[in-house]
Design a binder for this molecule. Sequence first.
Ligand SMILES: NC(=O)c1ccc[n+]([C@@H]2O[C@H](COP(=O)([O-])OP(=O)(O)OC[C@H]3O[C@@H](n4cnc5c(N)ncnc54)[C@H](OP(=O)(O)O)[C@@H]3O)[C@@H](O)[C@H]2O)c1
Length: 256
Amino acid sequence: MVTGASSGIGESVARALRTSGWDVVAVARRAERLSALQEETGAVAYAADLTSDADIQALTAFLDETGPVHALVHVAGGARGADRVEDGRVEDWQWMFDVNVLSAQRLVAAILPQLRQAAASDGHADTLFVTSTAAQTAYAGGAGYNAAKAGESMLAHALRLELNGEPIRVVEVAPGMVHTPEFTVNRLGGDTVAAERVYEGVQAPLTADDVADVIAYALNAPGHVNLDLITMRPVAQSAQHLLARGPLRPRGVESQ
Ligand SMILES: NC(=O)c1ccc[n+]([C@@H]2O[C@H](COP(=O)([O-])OP(=O)(O)OC[C@H]3O[C@@H](n4cnc5c(N)ncnc54)[C@H](OP(=O)(O)O)[C@@H]3O)[C@@H](O)[C@H]2O)c1
């Protein structure tokens, strides 16, 4: 099951897993986008709002009928606002906690019994959470998202400890800058010009497919290999605060 499959990284993950032979249930709120993905890739579309307990219950019942689920791949999430702490809007912070942290808890609680069933028949099962480098390093204007993604990351850490002794992997993938069509636009309240400025001049930000490749690698690795935390960034982004804009050039070498 892949959440966030209607756009960006989640959509690419659904494609990548279909390509490597997985049956995929693709989850997000926008049913029409999921239907198009289903048509194209054979990933089964299931529309659900992961902040709704009723939707999670219905999703779990659906998976019970078609399951058991072998891998819970939680990509859905996002950021709202880039305000200083003193200017932050509580409703933005609540949304970020709900969609990034609480949805992860709701999904684990609902689907772990199915993962255990799958592990009993297959030898192992997987959980994978897409957090962010924002979970590791704070930046000015990032506090709400920093806190939410750090919360999701801590959930993954604690879950790995709680599942010790069971053949269930807990993998965290923490990307830096990924150029997806909606993430920054949504973060900045629909301001597409400001969103494009974020990526301006950056040579080769990560793409959704780059992240999907790594996720597929982690899930397709032998079942005893747990990639705890994969931090990945574009080469141009050495750290959260150190982003090169303009072409990347080796120093002291004439360009050819
Ligand atoms: N882009 C980046 O630079 C970047 C970097 C590091 C980490 N990340 C993380 O990677 C993940 C995906 O990012 P992205 O760039 O692919 O962003 P995106 O295109 O905005 O994708 C977000 C996905 O989450 C789904 N979603 C949001 N709220 C939901 C809800 N209440 N219920 C169900 N699904 C919901 C959206 O689908 P619907 O709107 O159809 O529900 C969408 O498919 C996020 O967790 C993000 O925090 C992104």
